[in-house]
Design a protein around this ligand. Structure first.
Ligand SMILES: N[C@@H](CCC(=O)N[C@@H](CS)C(=O)NCC(=O)O)C(=O)O
Length: 203
């Protein structure tokens, strides 16, 4: 299996961490999005990373599908619980974490436009989504060791990747002071070898 990824994509990081946590061997191929020779479009018509290229050359996307696929590749402990209620809880945490990443990326892309083409209203709307999302997660994680059922799961991985990405793009917002419960959770997650090995590189 080969993973097409960029080093600072929070969605690709989620996949890499799942593979590391489950001791699954992935061949990593870093790509440049939008480059003429980028292999991404060949496997994903949306042109986005991550894409998991299976041994039969089928491309799997997006990150939510890939992590579920990887989770079924090993017997025993699962990052997405099989119990229906717990599963919904886990994927709901993931949906919010991914949504915060979506809004963070939207701000970054808007701010990369020439200043006379940027919309302040759009930027503020997206930043509000980030702040609202972080506030809810900060409340929900309060006093808990892990996001769901006192067990490390995909929810913790998604939240950790999102926080790493918010830290990369919005360090100046002081999120660690504003959301202390999330900050504590992030400190714990950041000690895991899978998180250490996949720290995003500013670009
Ligand atoms: N929902 C998707 C989001 C993937 C995504 O937006 N990836 C970004 C990189 S962080 C990308 O490839 N952007 C290129 C584009 O939108 O054309 C997932 O979970 O995989």
């Amino acid at each position: 299996m080969k993973l097409l990824y960029t080093s600072n994509s929070p969605y690709a990081r989620k996949v890499r961490i799942v593979a590391l946590e489950k001791h699954l061997n992935l061949t990593l191929q870093e790509v440049v999005l939008g480059a003429e020779d980028s292999p991404v479009l060949q496997y994903n018509p949306l042109g986005k990373v991550p894409v998991l290229v299976l041994d039969n050359e089928e491309g799997l996307y997006d990150s939510r599908v890939i992590v579920e696929y990887l989770d079924t590749r090993t017997p025993g402990s699962k990052l997405v619980p099989s119990d229906a209620g717990l599963r919904i809880s886990v994927i709901r945490w993931c949906a919010l974490a991914d949504g915060i990443c979506d809004a963070t990326i939207a701000v970054m892309l808007e701010q990369r436009k020439p200043s006379d083409q940027q919309s302040e209203a759009f930027i503020n709307k997206q930043k509000t989504k980030v702040e609202n999302g972080l506030a809810v997660l900060n409340e929900d994680i309060n006093k808990k060791k892990w996001c769901v059922d006192e067990t490390f799961s995909l929810a913790d991985i998604a939240v950790g990747c999102m926080l790493g990405y918010v830290d990369l793009r919005f360090k100046e917002m002081g999120w660690q002071e504003q959301y202390p419960n999330l900050s504590k959770h992030y400190t714990i997650l950041s000690k895991r070898p899978s998180f250490k090995e996949t720290i995003p590189i500013p670009a």
